[in-house]
Design a protein around this ligand. Sequence first.
Ligand code: BGC
Length: 766
Amino acid sequence: MKRLLLIPAALLSLIACNNADPQLGKASIDQVLKAMTLEEKAHFVIGMGMAGSDGNSAVVGATQDIVPGAAGTTYPIPRLGIPSIVLADGPAGLRINPTRPDDPNTYYCTHFPIGTLLSSTWNQELVESVGTAMGEEVHEYGADVYLAPALNIHRHPLNGRNFEYYSEDPVVAGKTAAAYVRGVQKNDVGTSVKHFAYNNQETNRTGNNAVISPRAQREIYLKGFEITVKEADPWTIMSSYNKINGTYTSQSKDLITTVLRDEWGFKGLVMTDWFGGDNGAEQMAAGNDMLQPGTALQYEQIMNAIQDGSLTEAQLDICVKRCLELVARSPKAKGYAYSNKPDLKAHATVTRQSALEGMVLLENKGVLPLKDVKNVAVFGCTSYDFIAGGTGSGNVNRAYTVSLLDGLKNAGFQVDESKKDAVLKHIADEEAAFKATLGDNSLAAFYPVPRPSELQPTAAELTASARANDVAIITFGRNSGEFFDRTSADFHLNAGERKLLESVTKAFHAAGKKVVVVLNIGGVIETASWKNIPDAVLLAWQAGQEGGNSVTDILTGVESPSGKLPMTFPVNLMDAASSRNFPIDATNEVYFMNRRENTNEKDVDVTKYEEGIYVGYRWFDKQNMAVSYPFGFGLSYTSFEYSEPTVANDGKTVTATIRVKNTGSVAGKEAVQLYVSAPAGTLDKPVKELKAYGKTARLAPGESQMLTLSFPTSELASFDESKSAWVVDEGTYTFLFGASSRDIRCTATAQAAASELPAHRVLLMQ
Ligand code: BGC
């Protein structure tokens, strides 16, 4: 799928530079724009293509120019002083090639925790500081725009890219993304907030038509982007692959111009996802300013449309101008002399510590933090082969990953390593066998290799292990990534995992010893049927390259866990309302060919979001349905008491305060959630909706803190499709202070006056 390079960059630089030509950075943007020929404009809005990239990059971009392994570059015009700027993935760290031909240096980047772990921290300051560290790597490795954060809604547990995304709730998604953008952009590099919008499945992602009501779009799928744009001012936004109500998002003027720019005030640039959409001219007309990575066909489409009058040069100029503005503010245009030496050592500490705050303690029957433990038995292949993050463009070329085994050893535990070589060989053999089945499949390099089958210890080995060790830790892993949705099999523990869990627990319990399960996963799995078997369950997520050290820090109580779930863990997969309209168990062939073949999935061309706004806890609450772990849930080594709730609404801002006291015996932080329950009005409303959240400082036992949580009063509104307006009903609103969505500790009420904020009647279902 290699594309034609439009005009080789090397040739361009040879084109004579006329001294009279205005130069970007010296002349005004308008003067530079005026000096461009039509051909230059049409080239400039299109990236430099994929030519020269390595064989693995047919779909996920990887250029060899400037910063090898970056996803894309922009078109340079030397005669006007316009350099080529570099766009590189994200979101768990910068994705570039770690080595370069004939160059002894290495260019490893820090693999930070996955997006879902960051949102599980419920700590916006911490996310901002992680973003700052990521941005430093972007800047120092010579990239200009970081293709992150990714904030699509967790509509369904099996979306293969949920690990990159934040939450089933738009406020958590939006606030996390805003903090991340603020952090990255402090380094004078840009972000590209993606994928705008409704990219909630990987199956047939480039052709899928998401059919969504305007209300669900506004309240659920667009809200996080709106928050990010308004709170963090990202340099760019990346449109998504899919269609919305029949139109590619990158070709939807409703979305890219009317909503994003006219309503939200976005001032930056919009770029396509790689090869997204099918008509360059329509993308220009919609306000999708830059096409990445760029194809010769798009150039023709734009030139032809100008000739036949379906696109005016004035329309094209709007996009060209925004591309000029982006290039002009880039480090490249400013001549930044990057060092190629980001502070990887400092960032290893950032990733290790940030991961602690996003791990979620799901169960703990008196075993954690570990006390009087010297000898540890580890089980499960993943304990030896920790997963730092997911696959695809969200992967990071890190220098190392600390396994749980190594993390425990680093902390001074005696770990039985007698099986290590056999386990590592078994993992390598199964991986090689799996890869052999892929043949010359074009996406072979991106398949998330399935976790190895579990090696089962014999009864005698287990008895000996339980006698010799103080505790057992079993890790279960799951990997997933771009291009592939997960399967229902991936959602459940398989028979081998279940057998291992049962046999280890039986042997250790018989010896009076405890068992801890660590989940090294990127998305929701089934837990209801087995969570009571072990003594503790720690959801470690995929915690980046320092994962094993971070898990050990939590197990030993260096920090008390303070992560909480940004999504619901249902009892059954089919409990999620979206299960009725999600291509469950789609085969990968569907995506490759964009055809419906060899599959048992539902319609992959059209996904009807019939559940409307009832995504995640909004649905489970409405149905009053039992869940395995509710949205917002997470245990701690200490306990917290909530008191003195207040709330006030001055018509502009709702301000709530709550006192949180550490009533336990160790220090810890608490994430507090503020939900609102609306009075009965004309519109159907969820039982409650999250409006704000915050996290205490590390409170010592007995210490308390008054937390203030606030949000604009206008956010009490729901979107009334009949009026195409955001409507606040008059009445008494109840504010619920929760330790989770199902653990409401205090309530308070406030009045709100009726209000109506009109919005454009756009993005309609057809
Ligand atoms: C992904 C984007 C990514 C881009 C460039 C696409 O396949 O969907 O998230 O930024 O590739 O690598």
